[in-house]
Design a protein around this ligand. Structure first.
Ligand SMILES: [Zn+2]
Length: 272
């Protein structure tokens, strides 16, 4: 008595008042979040943090997993990626622009949207690559490994049915990685693909050309570039500048490749 629960409650109250957390005064929301992380004990197996399924033999595909933000290469290669589609509003326009320049991209698809809008992408993804971006864009880092596996498996099957190609890449919503996401990705033999540069639509609200110039200047050999073909209206500024982005990068000597092609071109660093 007087120790365990009482001390926890006292610390929680102090945190809510912004008096703990390393001396920093935090807002109520931030304080509540840090309390959750600091004081709730996460389960050893099960739950969002664990990358194991308990005592039984682990089902983990080939048994290893890599996470990729960008690729080391001396060649001027860039992989353009679009998340959250397909959607009827912008996806056809993006595909038209990519067709005009014969440029490949990688589309990380949301399962329920694939199911609903299969006609938008059917027959149009031949040059492109598709990846798994979960069934309904929930935060997978809050779910356990079995739930994440079921979500990704369902999405995988919807993509195979709609596009006729089995995705090999996974990008979890928000780039959130729990142990559960790592385990499910390994079990499905996916490679985890994040990004090293992203559209910054909010900084260029009415300036597609300015936004395109910023992105063109920021790309390096091996960059994986994040864009969206579904979302709030402010994202349109990036898509309006897509032609300028493509030609600007080509003028800098860059060639567009799918993420898997980029991974195949990775320079293996010398041993030692
Ligand atoms: Zn997303």
């Amino acid at each position: 008595m007087g120790d365990g629960v009482g001390r926890w409650e006292r610390r929680a109250v102090l945190r809510r008042a912004g008096l703990l957390a390393g001396g920093a005064v935090l807002g109520a929301g931030a304080a509540a979040e840090s309390t959750w992380i600091a004081d709730r004990k996460l389960p050893i197996t099960g739950g969002p943090a664990s990358a194991t399924l308990g005592a039984d033999r682990q089902q983990v595909g080939a048994g290893e997993l890599s996470v990729v933000w960008a690729v080391r290469t001396g060649q001027r290669l860039v992989a353009l990626t679009f998340d959250d589609g397909p959607g009827p509003q912008w996806t056809p326009m993006v595909l038209d622009t990519l067709d005009r320049y014969a440029v490949p991209a990688t589309f990380f698809l949301v399962g329920e949207r694939v199911r609903r809008h299969a006609g938008i992408v059917r027959g149009r993804l031949g040059r492109h690559e598709v990846g798994n971006h979960s069934w309904a864009h929930h935060d997978l880092a809050r779910r356990d490994a079995t739930e994440v596996h079921d979500d990704l498996r369902r999405t995988h099957e919807a993509i195979v049915e709609a596009v006729g190609v089995a995705p090999r890449l996974l990008r979890p919503p928000y780039g959130h990685l729990g142990g559960s996401v790592l385990h499910a990705a390994a079990r499905l033999d996916y490679r985890l693909v994040l990004w090293s540069l992203q559209m910054v639509e909010g900084q260029f609200p009415h300036d597609p050309a300015g936004h395109a110039r910023r992105i063109v200047a920021g790309v390096q050999p091996g960059t994986i570039l994040l864009a969206h073909d579904v979302g709030p209206a402010n994202r349109l500024v990036a898509l309006r500048g897509l032609s300028a982005m493509i030609t600007g990068l080509q003028d800098r000597g860059f060639t567009f490749v799918t993420v898997s092609d980029l991974l195949r071109q990775a320079t293996v660093p010398p041993a030692g």
